[in-house]
Design a protein around this ligand. Structure first.
Ligand SMILES: Cc1cc2nc3c(=O)[nH]c(=O)nc-3n(C[C@H](O)[C@H](O)[C@H](O)COP(=O)(O)O)c2cc1C
Length: 202
């Protein structure tokens, strides 16, 4: 499966997509370490690196507890992932010896997660972000202090066969498209085209 970009980009950006069919096979530590290492090098305000990752590997002591936090529909497919990662971000940072609010903690955690996803893909593993879970239960059961935002889960696994995926997800099991840049990039103010019509249609 491939996606055609409107303008030239490295294939890593169009080949990353979020399947729901996973094999459930164990993920080697080397893969997780490499993906977390890529996340580690993401940019962040004041180099605060506000991201934190809680990881459960399929079948380990934390696995069932992580799965139980997911909305039932997400649990149906995520149960066959190889790892579930809960992404947190520290709301505050230290600047000049003072603890201050970090207005970009979520933004920076987002940058880290895409590094993670792309590095995993380069190693042959897919990721799928999950926002559908019980945040309040996650905070309580995993003892997450309030100075950490609970951002999202990520399922990581090797792409599996469609036959192993619940039929309700079959129709959506394909890379999605994107709206055009002309509806995303603006010159100075929202709604003002940044480029010529010819460029937008290129
Ligand atoms: C923060 C976040 C939350 C998401 N939550 C869910 C979810 O709860 N369930 C689900 O099936 N997919 C979820 N997704 C997957 C998105 O729907 C998917 O990334 C989007 O449709 C774009 O498709 P692609 O990743 O295949 O390019 C989530 C993705 C992100 C980044």
């Amino acid at each position: 499966m491939s996606r055609i970009s409107d303008h030239p980009v490295d294939p890593i950006f169009t080949t990353r997509w979020s399947p729901r069919s996973f094999t459930g096979e164990p993920v080697p530590d080397a893969v997780l370490q490499s993906a977390f290492e890529a996340a580690r090098w993401a940019p962040s305000a004041s180099n605060a690196q506000p991201w934190r990752f809680l990881v459960a590997r399929s079948g380990d002591a934390a696995w069932d507890g992580f799965l139980e936090l997911l909305m039932a529909k997400n649990r149906l497919w995520a149960a066959r992932a190889s790892a579930l990662i809960l992404i947190l971000s520290a709301r505050q940072l230290e600047r000049g010896g003072t603890v201050v609010d970090n207005s970009s903690h979520s933004f920076d955690a987002g940058a880290a997660w895409t590094n993670f996803a792309h590095q995993a893909l380069l190693l042959g593993w897919h990721t799928h972000g999950i926002g559908g879970f019980d945040r309040a239960a996650a905070r309580t059961r995993l003892a997450i202090p309030y100075d950490y935002e609970i951002e999202a889960f990520v399922a990581l696994g090797r792409k599996g066969d469609l036959a192993d995926l619940d039929p309700q997800f079959h129709a959506a099991e394909a890379p999605s498209g994107r709206r055009p840049l002309s509806e995303t990039v603006f010159a100075g103010t929202l709604g003002t085209l940044a480029f010529t019509e010819e460029w937008n249609a290129a």
